[in-house]
Unconditional design. Structure first.
Length: 442
């Protein structure tokens, strides 16, 4: 019997399409040439961080190398499927849907040190853990992810997420679930809903837009849209970095009565009074709310920000992102060091889909170094955003460094159309693909 979604059965054509999507969505391009070769080596390789990028790197290196000492360092025992946080906050999935364990994805032969990296010493080719343990390396892959800097918002108290209209889906599975509870209260009563994004680089920059659309849809389903005012505050002059996608979202917001303010950045919040303070070109603006989804500033973890690995100047210096070449993720000053995932200081790429394309490129260059050859693998900035526009509909937006749309299913899935199949990819097909990526099979 074919499965159904929301009571709608999957016909055979769609079921087959989704089977292909589950096997290939976000990973249609072939891996770099030579991916099947195994190279004999005694190299010491340290991977700092065991999130999506770190685990995917460990799996691929374990498959490609014979005899290497691969060490994965991270204190996290739980693994979070972060692309699912929005679905938890929307009431589509339970919090348990996004939680597993780090250990179950660590490949055989890879040592896991369950500590946090406290210091990077690229000159000495070593990392130091919080307990003071020094781990030397010949090659280093930094996959630490990023830091959610809630402390940078005066008045923000993560313990209050889910109460008094305060939401924030990014913090944790529990916070995403609590945000869903706050959204339900708002959808039942109406009022003023406020949405925003930070002025920093951020993971999944489409998530604030998704949650605005989701809130609008829940209000409509409960017959309370006329009782609510929804306000989206963009940190700059666009809603999305890709111009054609910005224009599409702008029109959807207009058609659905979602008010937009540009160049407004959250500066402080008073959860007790339910007032958010924004910086704007006109000065400080106080915005009362009944519900707000707070997206905190995002920066590199302190260990990277305080190291020689960070950008020294330019747009990514202040937030501490790693200074890597955008095409191969290799550090510009320390050639034996690579940065993958959210920590990489590149123009695009803070999504799980980007990890899928970054990791094979970085691994191929690292293995080529060991084998004494050159790699021609290039990361073109591929990023994917399954942009939910209402429950049961999404746009599968895929693009590169040059803001070109690069659809994986041309002629089948139009990137700027609100489609049910794109929604099904987001809610059903992408997690199996993600897990395959962690295991180095995608």
């Amino acid at each position: 019997m074919l499965e159904s979604i929301g009571g709608r059965p999957l016909d055979r054509r769609t079921f087959l399409m989704l089977g292909a999507a589950g096997a290939g969505a976000l990973m249609l391009r072939a891996p770099p040439a030579g991916a099947a070769e195994r190279v004999r080596t005694s190299a010491r390789i340290v991977i700092a961080g065991a999130g999506a990028a770190g685990l995917a790197t460990a799996s691929r290196l374990a498959e490609r190398l014979d005899g290497a000492k691969i060490t994965l360092i991270d204190a996290r025992k739980e693994h979070y499927y972060q692309p699912g946080f929005t679905l938890v906050g929307a009431g589509v999935k339970p919090a348990s849907y996004v939680v597993s364990t780090t250990a179950e994805y660590v490949p055989g032969g890879v040592e896991l040190i369950e500590e946090r990296v406290a210091e990077f010493d690229p000159e000495g080719k070593r990392v130091v853990t919080e307990s003071g343990r020094a781990v030397a390396y010949d090659y280093l892959v930094v996959a630490t992810g990023l830091k959610l800097d809630y402390e940078a918002i005066p008045g923000m108290d993560v313990a209050r997420i889910g109460r008094n209209g305060l939401g924030s889906i990014y913090h944790s599975p529990a916070a995403a679930s609590a945000t869903w509870g706050a959204l339900q209260e708002f959808a039942d009563k109406g009022g003023v809903g406020v949405f925003c994004r930070p002025a920093t680089e951020m993971k999944c920059a489409g998530a604030p837009l998704k949650y605005t659309f989701i809130t609008d849809d829940h209000l409509r389903r409960r017959g309370n849209r006329g009782k609510a005012e929804l306000i989206y505050n963009a940190n700059n002059k666009v809603l999305f970095s890709v111009p054609i996608v910005h224009e599409k979202v702008r029109m959807l917001f207009r058609d659905r009565g979602i008010k937009t303010h540009y160049d407004r950045v959250l500066q402080a919040i008073d959860p007790g009074r339910r007032i958010a303070t924004f910086r704007s070109p006109e000065g400080t603006v106080e915005q009362p709310y009944d519900f707000i989804n707070v997206i905190p500033p995002m920066r590199a973890p302190d260990a990277v920000r305080n190291s020689a690995l960070r950008w020294q100047e330019g747009p990514w210096a202040a937030e501490g992102w790693m200074d890597v070449e955008k095409g191969n993720l290799r550090h510009k000053r320390f050639p034996e060091v690579f940065g993958v995932g959210d920590i990489a200081g590149v123009p695009k790429g803070k999504t799980a889909a980007s990890v899928k394309w970054q990791v094979p490129v970085a691994v191929d260059h690292l293995v080529a170094d060991i084998a004494g050859r050159k790699s021609d693998a290039v990361y073109n900035g591929y990023t994917s955003c399954p942009l939910i526009t209402r429950l049961g509909r999404a746009m599968l937006v895929e693009f590169d460094y040059e803001n070109n749309l690069v659809p994986s299913f041309p002629g089948v899935v139009a990137p700027l159309e609100e489609l049910w199949v794109s929604w099904v990819m987001k809610t059903m097909a992408l997690k199996p693909t993600y897990v395959s990526m962690l295991r180095g099979r995608a």
